[in-house]
Design a protein around this ligand. Sequence first.
Ligand code: FUB
Length: 526
Amino acid sequence: MPSLQNKFLALCTCLATLVPAASAKAPARALHAERNPILSDGEYYSADPAPLVADGRLYILAGRDEAPEDVNDFIMKEWQLLETADVAGGNWTHHPSLLRPEQVFAWAAPGRAYASQIVRGSDKRYYLYAPVEERDSSNKDPFAIGVAVADSPLGPWRDAHPQGPIVSQSLPEPNHIQNIDPTVLLDDDGRAYLYWGTFGQLRGIELDRDMVTPKGKTVTVSTLDGFFEAPWLFKRNGVYYLAYAGNKAGPDSECTPALYHACVAYGTAPSPMGPWTYRGVVLAPVSSTTSHPGIVQFKGQWYLVYHTADAKGGGHFRRSVAIDRLEWDDSASPARMLPVTPTRPPTPPQAATRNVAPAAWASASNSPDVPVQYWIRALNDGIVRKSPLPPDMWGSWTPHNPPRQWIQYSWDRPVAIDATRIMFWADQPAGANVGVAPPKAWHLEYFDEGSWRPVRDASAYASRPGRFEQTTFAPVTTRCVRAVFDASGDDKGHAAIAVQEWEVLAVEPQRLLTVSSSAARHCDAH
Ligand code: FUB
């Protein structure tokens, strides 16, 4: 007997089927983007790009990041499309609001329009594989993958499986992973394959010829080094490729020094269901913590699409889609992707500045074993975030923290300096003996004739977190300086220290030179 609730659900399904995604759409607009990111002015952010070639045009499906600047969360209510016939020409059409989860999936909650992909089926219709949250899920994690169908990449879209998602924590078999980031390949023989997963869990399954129904058993892939999320499945010259965001971290990792960042790595397989062999890194970590690949051939040229934090006002949760050419090494078997160098807007001629930190080599008392959640290069990258994540700072947290830590800048040639500005980060109050707290005391030292000496006539050494604290001192000329921290704590233990940005000010403004890693060797104490 149909319950009221079921009736209501049926009504919703019917409405969702009738309401074209075009309702309340922001109109399409033409834009010119010679450089990355494609949408760069900060009006619309765009993330998780998924390219599709259809009717002589390249489409890039993307989510839309809408997080306020100080919010560390994926606020993503809708998907958008970018479209071009000529990548090099940089002429794009932006379709700002393609659809929202709740417009097409009656069973979905609004928001969380995560990484999706559109694939053309053998029936020439377009299938959208979309991770969304189930509104009434009893699963621990409500993410699920739905499929929508349309006659054009621009919609209107309708649910291809109105009964609900095709993958969730209860479908097609019970699982405990977060079911997001679907990627689908329609093979030359008409068979289709779906991969998905995040947090190091990668799953794959064949789909029926209807492009919707999972077929056979789910496989778990564990041979792709450092797999984190964002799989992208494609085929070239009979070889299957799976690119992904990898986060195998460490000072010697070919992927990423800092855990929260990701490289784009890939593997190959002789068949769509594996076995998969790791083949290397195609894109170094970008400016956003997440990285997300899509790879496609368009008009004879291969492209890598990804996202960064490089747009105006951009951030880890305000990402923007970029596109670059991808070249192949066909002398290898199977053919390898050559590492992609991201193209960026030309940097304006540099103005003279007193802050000489960006021209320094940064090291620390815990180098090279800086805990992998932190990133030493954040110290002098010039980026200060309202709500930083661990890789936006250098830090020293371990379960047992020493009472003293230091950070050091080294230059290739001597600099004359007389002030410093530092921004600490803390999750514990001053005086704490756990977590990360402002230092109990700190001071600046410079390297002089083989020894480290405190600077003289220093003004106060303040340590309030989340703001620049400035200290002036009698000018010195040196190749190296150290900020030396006495950790907050007591005889039971010490808190760690974290610094988001550290500036060192020259007596006179100057143009910055680049620095080599060997600079630090000039300051080995006798
Ligand atoms: O955009 C939300 C999530 O961030 C995606 O699902 C992941 O791939 C990462 O890019």
